[in-house]
Design a protein around this ligand. Sequence first.
Ligand code: MG
Length: 302
Amino acid sequence: MAARDYYIHDHRFAKLIHGNANVEVLWSGGRWAEGPAYLAAGRYLIWSDIPNDRILRWDENDGHVSVFEQPCRNHNGHTVDRQGRLIACEHRGRCVSRYEFDGTRTVLADRFDGRRLNSPNDVVVKSDGSIWFTDPSYGIDSDYEGDASPMEQDGRHVYRIDQTGGVARVIDDMRQPNGLAFSPDEAFLYVADTGRTHFPDCEPKIRRHALAPDGRSLAAGEDFVTCDAGLFDGFRTDTEGRIWSSAGDGVHCFAPDGRLLGKILIDEPVSNVCFGGPKRNRLFITATTTLRSVYVNARGSA
Ligand code: MG
């Protein structure tokens, strides 16, 4: 039994886990793992090992791990768009890019208002094809996970790339916006703020913004949940609107109303998660030096 891997805070969480499903370590040996994305057509997962400037690839068919790309401009977050193409946040490239079917790379956004972005961190694609990303300063603060550089923007913000390639700023009042995800009905955008790394007074929260009827602009943010162990970094939603978030002691699962349901306990800080597998019921977890996974009784939203 794997009861040691779980903390059940609300009885509803017991239905979301399998008592005999262990958290598996699929790979270890990274410096800072983040940015998992599952590519369904190829049944493989890629993720970033940011300080080592590489993207790794785990094959679901045989468990084999190989280097997908190195050097890679210190990628961080990834996602897959509606056509199945990989979308990447590049610290050193200071851009959001797309991997085309023919293997070429297209830069989708590297500037706002004529000035370079900081270091895009995490990215999601909306059903209308727009691409939303966060732009904290971690990738330019030092040479460890990018190139140390002055910030050209007036802060760390959240942006949207529209279907014609235009870049708009959609949130400008966070300290270090980091992970982000839409609710499955796209009524809300959730964004984590890891500003405590730079500003001791910054509460480690996930905020929630209602989308306007135009599907492009956001209402003012409201606090959604506060982290009780370290910081929330990346997270994903499932089909029922629950949030599965990284945290300092594992993965925290929240009901759509913000109630903590339970935790998957991990002995290293977790940076991000994504759902994958043919049924989207396998949660992949990047945790500092490792890639892990666990089957859950929930499915990731599209
Ligand atoms: Mg992040």
